[in-house]
Design a protein around this ligand. Sequence first.
Ligand code: ZN
Ligand code: ZN
Length: 291
Amino acid sequence: MPNSRKKLIFMNVIDCHTHTEFSVDSDADIISCLRSAYEKNLRAYAITDHCECNWWFPREHYPDTELSEDFDFGDCFEKSVSAVTKLKEQYGEKLNILCGVEMGQPLHAPEIAEKIVTDKRLDMIIASVHQIRDEKDFYFINYRTMGADEIDSLLEKYFTEIYEVCKWGKFDVLGHLGYPVRYISASGISVNIDKFDDIIFESFRELAQNGKGIEINSSGIRQGVGHCFPSEKYVKMFRDLGGEIVSVGSDAHTPNDIGGDVEIAIKSAYGAGFENLCFFRDRKPVFLGIN
Ligand SMILES: [Zn+2]
Ligand SMILES: [Zn+2]
């Protein structure tokens, strides 16, 4: 690995949300990912490949569905977690590698979610909602043919599921709050989530009271949405409710994007009043001062 490591504005830069070749939507070679994390001088680097709980089994297990293009996440999970566990042993002294997972839709298959959250190899669990019940992943929905009321109704269901996941709470940080906005905005439709502030407030209260955290996901910068997920207004809402745990992640799907714009996410945490970032080792929070 090269000696010239990138100079950073913040002392402690971490990336707690990244994907590799073991995610269905990435072909990023895992060794190239490690090299990129090392070159960017990350103080913590979590590999959090996708595991959609509701599509854990092979295709044959879901004969009547048209709601997913990808199946067998049980296999993806096992491949990712066993590879990362080995790499931790090999490179753990050079790089603070964390074995994580991005667990999608835990409440659509609670028995699978239970299996994941009790896996002792995991350092860190992000809980995400990529699709609501009886709908496709927000990535695949065609918003251009929908009216404003229909989009609002989808968003209402999304934030209701987020609230349920927060109440359930068997994870470390809530992933990219506002995920559907990525794709609605990309369709050229402007969307304002202020009308869901009450349920977001209640969701954050659950997290803060139970010692759980949120992540600030910088992918929105890379994808041209103009802000992280969630935006600073909501990071501040979480802080004001007594939230203490905030992590940052790029949601990189390529080696090059690792660490991408996380400094903007860190700035957002700092601006909202957080003095520490947090990553998880062995499912326990580790705090790192922001500067
Ligand atoms: Zn995600
Ligand atoms: Zn992700």
